[in-house]
Design a binder for this molecule. Structure first.
Ligand code: OAD
Length: 254
């Protein structure tokens, strides 16, 4: 059991986290919107968050898309356009460094993010459990195409069959992509150390991975600017922006 957080200095917490991580044979990571905040992308919850400016029910459910696909596409096209303006930050790069250190067979990065910044930073074993907004999926023929950050129409049509396209992301009330989710569960169940970065840990099943890791005996290290729903059940909480804390953690391993 770890000492109460308020009795441990940030430096001691970092040292303890580095010790745990150094001793791990397999590492898994769960990231959320917070890791991309320092790249300039809005998170979902809290002041200025995406869900403050938009109701989830209007832009991120299958029903919303049936009712008003143009509105949903305008929301996602704005987010796609934002991607063209941003790049990975030191937090993304630090996770890519960790993967190089452990090797992709022993390191998996599970992300709830749909922005593709982890891959841009060089991460390879990335499991995008909520999909990616760089890809579109045809509502007719189901073909999935990588459209990058290219500007799309408000009602974009499939080049193959002419039917309406949708962003290839997971909306509320939808199931996660089965094969990707299964791999995520396997990686988390097998890891010795689970890093949880920049997520409020309120959206399931993603947040359930934290319980899975604990149940299977992994140590859990969390990085967040404030305590999250997960903080009471982690081994070390590193409070601070991931763009600073993750590079510090990598340095502390040396
Ligand atoms: P949230 O917006 O819920 O949470 C972002 C978390 O990042 C918060 O806990 C912040 O405190 C933290 N944070 C902000 N800036 C940070 C920084 N610089 N460094 C570290 N942490 C920082 O985003 P998610 O947890 O990703 O799902 O949300 C989970 C899911 O809910 C999303 O994938 C999306 C959303 O609705 C779907 O769209 C299906």
């Amino acid at each position: 059991m770890h000492p109460p957080i308020d009795q441990e200095s940030p430096t001691d917490a970092l040292r303890r986290a580095a010790r745990i991580l150094r001793g791990a044979t397999r590492v898994a990571v769960l990231t959320g919107a917070g890791i991309s905040a320092e790249s300039g992308l809005a998170t979902f919850r809290g002041a200025g968050g995406l869900w403050e400016g938009h109701r989830v029910e209007d832009v991120a459910t299958p029903r919303a898309f049936r009712r008003d696909p143009g509105l949903v596409w305008r929301f996602y096209n704005l987010r796609r356009a934002a991607l063209a303006q941003v790049s990975p930050n030191p937090g993304h790069h630090a996770l890519a460094d960790l993967e190089r250190r452990w090797g992709s067979d022993a390191f998996a990065l599970v992300t709830q993010n749909v922005d593709g910044l982890h891959q841009q930073a060089g991460s390879q074993n990335v499991l995008e459990i909520h999909g990616t907004i760089r890809h579109v999926r045809c509502t007719g023929c189901e073909a999935i195409t990588d459209r990058g950050t290219e500007a799309l129409a408000d009602l974009p049509a499939c080049e193959a069959c002419g039917q309406l396209l949708r962003p290839n992301v997971v909306w509320f009330e939808e199931a996660l992509p089965e094969a990707v989710w299964k791999r995520a569960e396997d990686e988390v169940a097998r890891c010795d150390c689970f890093l949880v970065v920049g997520t409020s840990a309120v959206v399931y099943p993603a947040a359930g991975l934290i319980d899975l890791a604990r149940m299977e005996g992994a140590a859990v290290i969390e990085v967040n600017v404030v305590p999250s729903q997960a903080s009471s059940r982690v081994d070390v909480l590193l409070l601070g922006p991931s763009g600073t804390v993750l590079p510090e953690l990598v340095n502390a391993l040396a």
